[in-house]
Design a protein around this ligand. Structure first.
Ligand code: C5P
Length: 255
């Protein structure tokens, strides 16, 4: 594994790269270090996420989008942790929104990358089989692929409350069996993803989901089965769950 400078063009066969937006502050997790740099099992969440992408033989490049002022720190961090031989990495500074961070990551992809995964640093434990299933579906011709799971909870659409704690009128109850909770890595044909990011302007907090931007282009997006271990670490309880998943993996296979 070696760091690459973010040069735009490289020769060689078409390949798969993963862009990992990791520039968020993670305020819902409570005060402290940026979320991606919090430790899980003694290792920063971001390193777990990078390794989860590099675990796929198909992924030869990982682009990490660091907090805007944190690229050198993130570069040092990755240098200090082993990655598989077949994986190079680039670190670029991110932006004010996830959408902007992803766009900055896509901008440094070498020419020969034709399949792009976008994976939240906040989903450190996604299994390699899920990563490979997403890549395979893109290689089979889908321009955009999303891993997702059926919902345990029924979902209500509401009119958001005028103030904290006020009751919220229910507008509708979508049929639960038709709903899916979307995870990452999401996989894209590179040109489709570049077009989506080139044509959808950042509105407010920006898009939370790259596949949604592809939908707005009118291009088809398909769902493949996600995995319960691909959950997003968002709130303090998610850290407890993530530690438990790691402990189970260690007990099962010495991971
Ligand atoms: O905030 P949320 O959990 O939706 O963030 C999803 C991912 O987007 C996280 O990995 C976070 O680090 C990243 N992000 C980013 N740049 C931002 C905001 C979020 O890379 N400005």
């Amino acid at each position: 594994m070696s760091p690459l400078s973010p040069t735009p063009a490289e020769s060689g066969p078409a390949r798969t790269a993963a862009v990992i937006p990791a520039a968020g502050r993670g305020v819902r997790l409570g005060p402290g270090t940026p979320k991606a740099l919090r430790a899980l099992g003694g290792i920063p969440m971001l390193i777990h996420a990078v390794r989860a992408m590099a675990a796929s033989r198909a992924v030869t490049l990982v682009v990490v989008v660091a907090p805007p002022d944190g690229a050198p720190e993130v570069r040092n961090l990755i240098d200090g942790h082993a990655l598989p031989e077949h994986t190079d990495y680039v670190v670029v500074p991110g932006g004010a929104t996830r959408q902007e961070s992803v766009r900055l990551g896509i901008a440094v992809l070498p020419e020969d990358v034709s399949v792009v995964l976008v994976h939240d640093a906040a989903r450190p434990l996604v299994p390699v089989d899920t990563v490979d299933a997403v890549i395979e579906a893109v290689r089979d011709g889908a321009p955009a692929v999303v891993p997702a799971l059926p919902l345990a909870d029924t979902v209500k659409e509401v009119e958001p409350a005028a103030g904290p704690g006020l009751p919220e009128p229910v507008l509708s109850t979508p049929v639960r069996s038709r709903l899916r909770a979307v995870q990452t890595p999401q996989g894209f044909d590179r040109d489709t993803l570049v077009r989506a990011h080139g044509s959808v302007a950042v509105d407010g907090d920006g898009a939370t989901d790259d596949a949604g931007m592809v939908e707005r282009l009118g291009e088809p997006v398909v769902v493949v089965p996600g995995h319960e271990e691909a959950f997003k670490v968002t709130r303090p309880l998610d850290l407890v769950l993530a530690e438990a998943v790691l402990a189970r993996r260690r007990a099962n296979d010495g991971f």
